[in-house]
Structures are given as C-alpha cells and as structure tokens.
Design a binder for this molecule. Structure first.
Ligand SMILES: NC(=O)C1=CN([C@@H]2O[C@H](COP(=O)(O)OP(=O)(O)OC[C@H]3O[C@@H](n4cnc5c(N)ncnc54)[C@H](OP(=O)(O)O)[C@@H]3O)[C@@H](O)[C@H]2O)C=CC1
Ligand SMILES: O=C1O[C@H](COP(=O)(O)O)[C@@H](O)[C@H](O)[C@H]1O
Length: 509
C-alpha cells in the first residue's frame, strides 16, 4: 500500500501560515466518469478511494456520476459492497465517514460488459447520460492491449463526444512498437489534447515540489550542472513483493513496470531546462529533450551499465519473505524484480555526470528519493587529517517527505577545528499540518479540469520506450541474467560494484 498521504504531523511545530493548498478543494464542474476495470486492483485500491476523498472535501459536485464497468456479474449494491470493503482494507475504516460514504455511493452505478463482445456495449450506452455537454471521462484501468478496442467501442456507440476524454493507465505497451500501435488506435478516436496518459508519480506532492525546488529558488540553478555535480541517484525502492500481480509482473519486469515511466519521469524533472511556463506543452517539451539526449545502452555497454536482479527468500522488516519464484509459484523465470542503470545525458549541462537509476521489489525498505551528489571542494584548507564531505542534496519523495541539504559545519569546542556534516532539513511533517492528497486524487481532478500538465504526451512515452527498448534488446542479445538478491536487501552486490568501479557509491538512507 502506498505511504503517500499518510503524513505524520508534528502539530507542535506547525506554522499557521503553512496550511496547504486550499485551491485544491475548489469544486470541479459536474462530470460523468466511466471506469473500465472497476473491479480490478487499481480501481479498488486507488481510484475509488481517491474519488471518495475528493467528494468528502466537496470537490466533486453531487450531480456527478461514476459508472464502474467490468465483465463480472454484480448488482450495483454488490459492487458498492466490494469497493466499501476494499476502501476499509486499504485506507482504514476509521477514515471513512458512513454518512459521506452513503452520499458518495449515490453517485455510483455499475455496468457489466465484456469489452471484446460488441453486443455488450449497448448496456453501457444505456447507462450513461445522453447529454453532449456533460464532461465525460473514460478511465481505462485495463490491460493496455485493450485500449484501442475500447476506444473503437466508444466511437461506435457515439460516446466519444467533444467533451469526452480518455485516461490511459501505464505502462502503455510493452515496447516502442506496441506503444506506437496503441497510441495510433486511441488517436483514431481522441485527439491528443483529450488523452490523459497517467504516470501517478507526477501527481505526488513531492514530485511536483521538484519544480518548485528547482525553479522557485535562485540558489540551485548556478550549481545544477556538471561543473558542481558529481552524480545523481534516483532510487524507487519497495519492500513489497509482486503481491497479487504476478501474472502481469512476470511479463513486464522492473524496467517496463517502473523505469520506463516513473524513474524516467523523475530523471526528466530533475535534469530538464527551465520551461518557460507551467503550461502542459512547455513542461512536456523540456522533458522530451532529456529523453532524446539519453545515451543509448547497447550490447557493447549493457553489462557495465545495467544490473538485473531477482529476489530470493529472505527477511523483510524482521519477517521471513518468499523468493520471487515462490511468490509466482513457478520453477523458473528470468524476469528482473530489481534493476540498476548507469545513464548519461548527452548535452552541455550534463555530459560526464552519471545518473544512477535503481528500483526493485522486496528491498530493505520502501523509499523513493533523488540524491544530488555535489563535487568536493577544489582544495581543502583544513589539512590532510580533516575530512571535508562534499555537499549532498537529498530529495525524499516518500515516505518521510523532506528536502535535506547536507553541509559542513564546525563542531563547537576549543579543541581544534572539527567538521561535522549536518542537514538543513525541510521536512514536510514538521511544516505542514494538512493531509495532502494522494497522487490519484490530484490527477483525477486534473482530468476533469482539462489540465494536461501532469500527464505524458505521446512523444514522451514513445521516446522513453525507444531508450528502454535498447536495454531490453541488449539484455536479450547478451543473455544477461537476473542475479539473485536476498529479500530485504538493496539488490545484488553487482549494483554496488557498478558504482564502486568509477569511485561512486549509493547514498546511505
Ligand atoms: N494495480 C496497480 O497497482 C497498477 C495498475 N496499473 C495499470 O492499471 C491497469 C489495470 O491494472 P489492475 O487493476 O492491476 O488489473 P486487474 O487485473 O486487477 O483488473 C483488470 C480489470 O479489467 C477488467 N477486464 C479485463 N478484461 C475485461 C473485458 N474483456 N471486459 C471488461 N472488463 C475486463 C477486469 O474485470 P473482471 O474482474 O470483471 O474480470 C478487472 O476489473 C493495467 O494497465 C495496469 O498496468 C498501473 C499502475 C499500478
Ligand atoms: O506503477 C506502479 O507503481 C507502484 C509503486 O507506486 P508507489 O506510489 O507505491 O510508489 C508499484 O508497486 C507497481 O508495481 C507499479 O506498477
């Protein structure tokens, strides 16, 4: 379960002036949202809870409608019971107010259709409003191979009217070709400005804060380049295994599941040039320049630039944890549950600065962070016996959201000059008292508002696939194996060696 939104608030230290983004609660226009895949893991765990929270905060007008669609036979009441049970399981029953829940459920309907069966579609056409003026959102929380077919169905039934928009879940495709084909299929029904490709990392508060940190402060920009920065690390570590998603995951692996989307988006936001505005295309145009400048990984360098891993039995948080093969109940699989990559951006700002990406399941803890490792001072005036640690900026995305700038400071005392490394700590918990919305809450409301800024444009997705395809092909051609690592550790030792060989090391958390 995601930790986002579950901030520990240190009320004693809260400044009254930091009570958060009240504009987030400005009501959106009434809408009708049709959620395909409404009985699936994502809808139950993330989408319905997110809509409930927005409803409770008064952001969703009571005249809105939410129509769940999937192929299982359920009455409306049974479906509502399912999402109630799941809400309580994933969000905690104590966060649900029965009266508000009842009011929320009045918005909900359920329609059973098998999307591959043309005859079933009339049931959906009957269930949705006939109004051409109502904002209508089609959320495709379904396997991506079905996206084009669903869009064709919407067109056939006359549902894809001018105010309709479509939300596509990630990963779009499994490589460049399949992503391109899906994008073509969807484009036959919806123009690009009506397509919302979700990467939920972009909806996280701390990810949006990257833009504020970089472009709302004058201090960092002069140092944000290869003159001052030695390397960058981007880690998205999870301590969970593949849970109930083994079938999907085994066909995907960590590169497709996490790197192609979340990690590359984080890389883009950390390294792109300043966009001229926060307008959707201004930001997306800068991101795509980074993706296009990524040095290709090929059969020649894939062994030195990437490490694949797969977890085996171990211990996570003091409890025994199964290995991947046991979790999947299979005898063999070469799918990577961990990947580390040494990337490089070939442009003036970043040439020569390694950017280390790392993500995996069943690692020691759940944490996402970006570490900017600065170079050492050019000359130490403190003598050979005094270590001067280089500055480091740690942007902690989750949990314990914070921005920490590690600096050298003189340790007080008369006994000689001793240096100590301490952080300037901008901790979210210590500064903000509000519950901040889960990524999906923000993104869903942005779809209704027609704000494309936090969604991926077609060319971005395809450029990210082109780069990942190079790695996938090189792995295939070289037969690079997924190395075992114990559950509860931070990946195969080869991932440490990859950095050590060039004098670097992953930052300690
Ligand atoms: N789960 C997650 O954490 C995340 C998921 N995603 C993406 O979201 C999408 C959905 O994932 P997830 O919820 O895990 O998938 P699930 O397998 O849990 O759910 C799939 C859903 O699609 C429905 N469905 C499948 N085939 C049909 C059909 N022919 N007609 C109608 N409905 C159908 C299923 O209905 P029924 O149950 O009735 O068969 C079910 O509601 C995928 O693209 C995934 O990659 C992205 C990020 C995270
Ligand atoms: O998209 C995905 O993300 C989750 C991790 O998201 P987080 O918000 O909990 O950090 C990951 O578990 C899943 O495999 C992947 O599909």
């Amino acid at each position: 379960m995601s930790d986002i939104g579950k901030v520990t608030v240190n009320k004693a230290k809260i400044d009254k002036n930091t009570e958060g983004d009240r504009s987030a609660f400005v009501p959106v226009s009434p809408f009708e949202m049709v959620i395909f895949g409404a009985t699936g893991d994502l809808a139950r765990r993330k989408i319905f809870p997110a809509l409930y929270h927005r409803f409770v905060d008064g952001q969703i007008p009571k005249s809105s409608r939410i129509v769940g669609v999937s192929r299982s036979e359920h009455s409306r009441e049974e479906f509502i019971d399912i999402i109630h049970k799941n809400y309580c399981e994933f969000e905690g029953a104590d966060t649900l107010d029965e009266k508000s829940w009842k009011a929320f459920c009045a918005l909900i309907d359920y329609v059973k259709i098998d999307v591959v069966n043309d005859k079933d579609w009339s049931a959906l056409a009957k269930a949705v409003s006939k109004s051409q003026d109502l904002i209508r959102v089609f959320y495709l929380a379904m396997p991506p191979s079905m996206f084009s077919g669903i869009c064709q169905g919407l067109k056939r039934e006359g549902l894809a009217h001018e105010k309709a928009r479509v939300v596509l879940e990630k990963p779009i495709g499994t490589d460049f070709d399949s992503a391109h084909a899906i994008n073509e299929g969807v484009a036959q029904v919806f123009e690009e400005n009506r397509i919302y490709r979700i990467d939920h990392y972009l909806g996280k508060e701390t990810v949006q804060n990257l833009l504020v940190l970089r472009f709302g402060n004058v201090l960092l920009e002069p140092l944000w380049n290869s003159n001052a920065i030695k390397h960058i690390e981007i880690t998205v570590a999870e301590n969970i295994g593949v849970s109930g998603r083994g079938a999907y995951y085994d066909g995907a692996g960590a590169l497709r599941d996490m790197v192609q989307n979340h990690l590359l988006q984080l890389l883009c936001l950390s390294t792109m040039e300043a966009p001229s505005s926060l307008g959707a295309d201004d930001v997306r145009t800068e991101k795509i320049k980074v993706l296009r400048a990524l040095e290709r990984i090929t059969v020649e360098n894939v062994q030195s630039r990437t490490v694949r891993g797969q977890y085996t039995n171990g211990r996570v948080n003091g409890e025994t944890a199964n290995g991947y093969l046991v979790d999947l109940d299979v005898d063999e699989s070469n799918t990577e549950t961990f990947v580390a990559i040494k990337a490089e951006i070939q442009n003036w700002r970043w040439a020569g600065v390694p950017i280390y990406l790392r993500t995996g399941k069943r690692m020691s803890s759940k944490r996402s962070e970006i570490v900017i490792q600065f170079k050492p001072v050019p000359h130490s005036i403190f003598g050979d016996d005094t270590k001067v640690n280089p500055n480091k900026l740690v942007i902690r995305l989750q949990p314990d959201e914070a921005v920490k700038l590690f600096m050298e400071i003189k340790e007080p005392g008369a006994g000689g000059l001793r240096l100590k490394t301490l952080p300037l700590n901008l901790s979210y918990a210590a500064n903000f008292a509000v519950r901040y919305p889960d990524a999906y809450e923000r993104l869903l409301m942005d779809v209704v508002r027609g704000n494309l800024g936090l969604f991926m444009r077609r060319d971005e997705v395809e450029a990210a696939w082109r780069w990942c395809d190079g790695i996938l092909e090189a792995w295939e051609k070289t037969g690079q194996e997924a190395m075992p690592y114990f559950a509860g550790t931070d990946g195969p030792r080869a991932a440490d060696k990859m950095l050590a060989e060039v004098g670097d090391a992953w930052s300690e958390s």
